[in-house]
Unconditional design. Structure first.
Length: 256
């Protein structure tokens, strides 16, 4: 294990330098999580789940994985895999939100007839009973269907509303421009704008028009949400709206 830690730490340093160079050159906002000094040591996701150890995942969003593991929101997909790039299903998101909310007691009957796995039945019943999710029909939920970014934003938006959090849009942006190659759905407009305004889910590119007015263009709305991005969105939902998550060895997880 000691040799493995030394090797991984060295590789992490190289990846962080590369990621930092990319961030500086591209002007990307956000900082880099200090993976080499992770306070979890051997239990850091890098050591537990080698599939998180690529340049795509060794960056400031890594803190989302640690947060979700700490809070019991997410687990690995096996003893040594996290599957960060895997698509998220509707059942998985309902279960994660249920855990995030503290796994409350559920008395509501389940309205869906296509729920075949016990592990998500209670979560889906809860999410439906509080109005966070809808079915794909009156009697079906389609639990294994992958969820898109705009659907995830909408469900987070509904959850924030259900908890009495501020979801009012400030009015600074009246129009959300649609990307012709990946148009957003009308139902998701307010959720996408809220996610950007609340700094929870980033599905907007910001620009200014000829009148020097800010405008936003939706991006990646129809793309499927991944486990890696979703973990970071849960972290942002928590830290932005409800609390703090601090680790003693973070190198400013949010500021470069």
């Amino acid at each position: 294990m000691k040799k493995q830690k030394i090797l991984l730490a060295g590789l992490a340093s190289a990846l962080l330098v590369s990621a930092a160079t990319t961030a500086y050159a591209g002007g990307r906002e956000g900082g880099l999580y200090d993976i080499t000094g992770c306070f979890k040591e051997d239990s850091c996701a890098l050591f537990r789940f080698p599939d998180t150890f690529t340049e795509e995942y060794v960056n400031y969003r890594h803190v989302g994985i640690e947060f979700c593991l700490d809070k019991g929101i997410m687990n690995g997909t096996s003893e040594n895999t996290f599957s960060p790039g895997a698509k998220l299903t509707r059942a998985q998101l309902a279960t994660m939100l249920y855990r995030y909310d503290g796994s409350p007691e559920v008395n509501a009957a389940n309205p869906f007839t296509d729920l075949t796995e016990d592990w998500y039945k209670t979560s889906v019943a809860w999410a439906a009973s509080v109005g966070i999710v809808n079915g794909t029909s009156a009697t079906t939920f389609s639990p294994d269907e992958p969820i898109t970014n705009e659907q995830l934003a909408t469900i987070f938006y509904r959850y924030a509303k259900s908890k009495g959090l501020n979801t009012e849009l400030d009015g600074s942006v009246q129009t959300l421009i649609s990307d012709p190659s990946d148009p957003y759905s009308d139902y998701a407009k307010d959720a996408i704008l809220w996610g950007n305004q609340a700094n929870v889910i980033d599905l907007c590119d910001v620009s200014w028009n000829d009148n020097d007015e800010m405008q936003m263009t939706a991006k990646n709305a129809g793309e499927f949400a991944t486990r890696f991005d979703t973990a970071y969105y849960f972290y942002r939902l928590y830290t932005t709206l409800t609390g703090e998550y601090y680790t003693p060895t973070e190198t400013s997880a949010e500021t470069l």
